[in-house]
Structure formats: C-alpha cells, structure tokens
Design a protein around this ligand. Sequence first.
Ligand code: NAP
Length: 242
Amino acid sequence: MTDLQGKIALVTGASRGIGRAIAVGLAGCGADIAVNYKTRENEARITQQQVISQGRRSIIIQADVSRSSEVGNMIAAVEKDLGPVDILVNNAGIARFQSVEATTEADWDEVLTANLKSVFLVTQAVLPGMRRRRWGRIINISSGAAKTGGGVGLHYTASKAGIEGLTRAYASRLVKEGITVTAVAPSLIATDMIPDEEGRRKQVPLGRLGRVDEVAEAVIFLAGNEYATGQVIALNGGMYFR
Ligand code: NAP
C-alpha cells in the first residue's frame, strides 16, 4: 500500500465528486489534507470530516483557484495550519456543454481560466517550497477529451489538452529536483458534472460509468511513484476501442 504518512496534500475542488474521493483516498494512505472549494462550504466540511475520521488532519479553504490573489492566500493558509504542500492535486474544473456556434469569447475565457490557468497558478505557488525540500508530487486532472475532442465543448477540450502539455513542460524541467508532474485523464466518471444516465453508459464499452474511487486509485499510484513523470494515465472503460 502507498505510504504517505507525514505528507501534506492540497486537493483543489475537493468539496465533491472526484476531488472528494481523491482527498479521502490520499488520507487513507496517511496524508493530511487541505480541502479547497469554491462555493459549497457544507460539502467541503463533509470531505473534511471523512478525512478526519481516518485519523488525519484537515482544513477547508475557500478560494477561486483561477485568481492569483486567492491562490496566494490559500497556500499561505495551508502552510500556516498544516505545513508546506508536498502533494498538489489540480482537480478543480468546470464543464460548459456548448456547441461551436454557441461558444463566445467570454465562455472561452471562463473555461480556460478555471481549468487551465488555475493549474499554472497553484503549481507556481507551491513549487518554490517543493524545490527547497527537493520532493513533490503534482497530479493534474485532465480528461479523455484532450485526445478525443470530447463532447463538452471546444474550450473544455482545449483546456484539458493544455493541461497535458503543461504537465510535460513542468515534468521535463523538474525531473532532477525530486518533483514529478503527472496527469490522470478520466472519461465519464459519475459525478454532478457527468450524471450516470443510460445514454452515457452505452458510450462506454465496459457498460458503466467510472467511479470516483477509481480515479482516486490512479492518483494514489502517482503520488507514491517516483519513476512515473510527464505521463498521463487514461481511465475510460475501453473508450479507446470505439
Ligand atoms: P464536479 O462534481 O462538478 O466538482 C467540481 C469541483 O471543482 C467542485 O468541488 C467545485 O467547487 C470545484 N471548482 C470549480 N471551479 C473552481 C474554482 N474556480 N476554484 C476552486 N474550485 C473550483 O466535477 P467532477 O466531475 O468531480 O470533476 C473534477 C475534475 O475532473 C474536473 O477538472 C473535471 O474537468 C475532471 N473530469 C471529470 C470527468 C467526469 O466524467 N466527471 C471526466 C474527465 C475529467 P464547489 O462545489 O465548491 O463550487
């Protein structure tokens, strides 16, 4: 089992869905957890309780991770209350289901800022500390859409493809400093973003949507592995075979 005792993890967008499962999964391996959320404080508290019930320390922090001032305050709060961030999971994201024709410049900016700029901002904020300690794990949540084109929208697909490029860019620059940078690219995981519906089940060769704990398992593997860097793990129930 992956041993993360003594490590401090920050999971962005951990108030629900995939982020909550990752937070709880990393706590199960011994990490203390900073739970970031944007709007749903009550949901974030549920995640925090699930972490604490496993004997780990946990704080919740409200911050819009697409705004640099809020990111700066968030990292300062984590360092003050828990300690420096060893494991960063850039999970926060939004999906706007829009056609080519309906996508405006404002939509583009909103999705790219929330999904891609946020990864840059939070990573930049934790990197100096990781470099000083010569240890870090940065795990980004991409999407199968980055490779297939996806069904959400142009902006969503571009943001996730950007995340995969950013993952490789950081990984190649940090590989000698004890810091790995990787990504997990799920497709059709049952959450508020992607409700479990018959039509969606039919899209997956396995015959069902993925579970949030299956994404958490891949994140835990990457948090514990020093040799995997610059890589993207796809979780898609066989959708590559379509
Ligand atoms: P979800 O249930 O909609 O949850 C999204 C989470 O992100 C919430 O905790 C939300 O916080 C947070 N969030 C959104 N914008 C934020 C911001 N600007 N700052 C801070 N937090 C923010 O989504 P999910 O399905 O768990 O998805 C999680 C990640 O996996 C996303 O990056 C998504 O693109 C990716 N993904 C999901 C699927 C899927 O099939 N579900 C597939 C591929 C990739 P509040 O609730 O507090 O507002």
